[in-house]
Design a protein around this ligand. Structure first.
Ligand SMILES: Cc1cc2nc3c(=O)[nH]c(=O)nc-3n(C[C@H](O)[C@H](O)[C@H](O)COP(=O)(O)OP(=O)(O)OC[C@H]3O[C@@H](n4cnc5c(N)ncnc54)[C@H](O)[C@@H]3O)c2cc1C
Length: 480
């Protein structure tokens, strides 16, 4: 009797978060061996380090989805291993013997502010969004060793997308928590984010004006109604565009009312204000907006002084030695099956391909659902709206790309048993070096930051409230 078996394939995936884990699962379900190479101890990417920490429930859910995918038989994890530092890109692609290499390492480099000389002032008055949110999410952990920032009142945020609204909220929540606590009011960012600053103040018989916070200022180069907070449907009619613009304006207004940050739209940064070697603000001009174009208006320039400037104008993939770039992005030549340069076995999935976090949820959902998703995300949805899965879009895009890569891998020459065994042996040696035994669950449990006291208080408050409202038992997954 002749036995037929599927040919062996072994694929390396760089980055273990949404896109990497989706790809790992799809390949493993098709009998393909996979190693997920992740720079961090935990493979949660932007969910852990980019999604502000008040999204407790959403983080928990996304973590467990990633865990379930990476626990699949046939998936090896290689944590604490960074491509470009611990592994060489060319070596990985050409010498390890993998059937294919998939880059799923996301977009972690902030797009530069774009004013000549600005980079000199990084951490001297100028801060970029990615490290700022990383600091915010991790700063209360006992073993935190990353960068340290302040969140001063009257900071200047340059941006306009969702991430810049996160930055503005962080600044506001930090400042109001600080001054309220100084007055003896027991509150925290979780309560302030959920209920909003005016409501929390009211509960304590205070008005926000009493607290003397001036608030951060967000500047955006187009008009408020152009902010990419809601998207019109494909081939939208003028009516649909007008409706989308009204939705964007409403979202922005509600967010400002709830968190009290200031906005100046149609503004572009044109120069630096520098004193004693520090950035102390920006020169700013008004813009004339025509379609996608926003040009500075001659003679409209003025100065905006600020204790800190935070630039939040988009994230692009990090430069990795040996990885060819095309402009700000890696050299991928197709979005559906993102193939790297001339290579027939190196691909990309997820944010690393286009760098775009804010993908068009409307491609996946009706405009109404997509709008609810964003309203929930920025905290301005109606009371009682069930939070939808904000990351479903990222997952769906990763799935489509990973399926295309799987189809390509399946028609490649198979590896021999010995070739597979040799790769596996090499992976195990790398795993040993970083102290990973192959037991995914105990590795994750050992590195999971415990819930801090204020998170626990807040979750207990939600649980009590839910129990009061429905008299049904509230099962808090975050407290398990
Ligand atoms: C404010 C905000 C708004 C967003 N809006 C949306 C939205 O509307 N819709 C949407 O779909 N998405 C949105 N996103 C983006 C969302 O975060 C991404 O779509 C999703 O998380 C991308 O997943 P990913 O796996 O591609 O990348 P990431 O989550 O960035 O994961 C990349 C992984 O690769 C690892 N890695 C990086 N470099 C290396 C290296 N050199 N070696 C080894 N490992 C490495 C990282 O540690 C990380 O675990 C938003 C993000 C933010 C912060």
């Amino acid at each position: 009797m002749t036995m037929t078996h599927r040919p062996y394939h072994f694929v390396a995936i760089v980055g273990g978060a949404i896109a990497g884990s989706v790809a790992a699962e799809i390949l493993a379900d098709n009998g393909i061996h996979v190693v997920v190479i992740e720079q961090n101890k935990k493979p949660y990417g932007k969910i852990e380090d980019g999604l502000p920490r008040w999204h407790l429930e959403q983080r928990k859910q996304e973590y467990s989805r990633i865990d379930a995918r990476l626990r699949k038989p046939g998936v090896f994890l290689l944590p604490c291993t960074r491509l470009g530092r611990d592994l060489d890109f060319q070596d990985l692609c050409h010498n390890w013997g993998f059937s294919a290499v998939i880059l799923a390492n996301g977009a972690w480099r902030d797009r530069e502010l774009g004013i000549p000389g600005a980079e000199e002032f990084v951490d001297k008055g100028l801060v970029y969004q990615n490290p700022f949110i990383y600091w915010y999410n991790h700063k209360n952990e006992e073993d935190y060793t990353g960068p340290h920032y302040q969140a001063p009142d009257e900071a200047l945020v340059v941006g306009g997308g969702l991430a810049s609204i996160d930055v503005a909220k962080i600044l506001q929540l930090e400042n109001y928590e600080r001054v309220l606590r100084a007055r003896g009011v027991q509150t925290n960012v979780y309560e302030l984010e959920k209920k909003g600053v005016p409501a929390v103040c009211k509960m304590h018989g205070i008005t926000p004006e009493d607290l003397g916070i001036k608030g951060c200022l967000l500047i955006y180069r187009r008009r408020g109604q152009d902010m990419p907070l809601a998207q019109p449907p494909e081939n939208a009619t003028p009516d649909q565009i007008a409706k989308t613009e009204a939705i964007r304006q409403k979202m922005l207004r509600l967010a400002q009312e709830k968190y009290l940050f200031r906005v100046q739209d149609r503004r572009v940064a044109t120069g630096l204000l520098v004193e004693d070697g520090r950035l102390v603000g920006l020169k700013v001009a008004e813009t004339k907006v025509e379609g996608r174009k926003a040009e500075p208006v001659a003679g409209s320039e003025y100065q905006l002084r600020a204790p800190m400037v935070i630039s939040s104008i988009g994230s692009v993939p990090e430069k990795i030695p040996g990885v060819a770039m095309r402009g700000e992005y890696y050299d991928f030549n197709h979005e559906t099956l993102p193939q790297y340069g001339e290579s027939d076995h190196v691909f990309g999935v997820g944010n690393v391909v286009t760098g775009q976090g804010n993908i068009r949820s409307s491609l996946l959902h009706s405009q109404e659902v997509a709008t609810k998703l964003i309203e929930n995300y920025i905290g301005v949805a109606d009371e009682g709206t069930t939070p939808a899965r904000f990351y479903a879009g990222a997952e769906a895009r990763g799935t489509a790309q990973a399926q295309a890569v799987r189809d390509r891998v399946q028609v490649m020459r198979g590896l021999s048993y010995h070739e597979v065994a040799a790769i596996e042996q090499r992976i195990r040696a790398f795993q040993e070096r970083v102290g990973y035994t192959g037991d995914y669950d105990s590795w994750i449990a050992s590195g999971t930051a415990s819930i801090t006291a204020d998170q626990m208080d807040f979750l207990t408050d939600i649980a009590l409230e839910a129990t009061r409202q429905s008299s049904a038992a509230f099962y808090c997954t975050a407290c398990r």
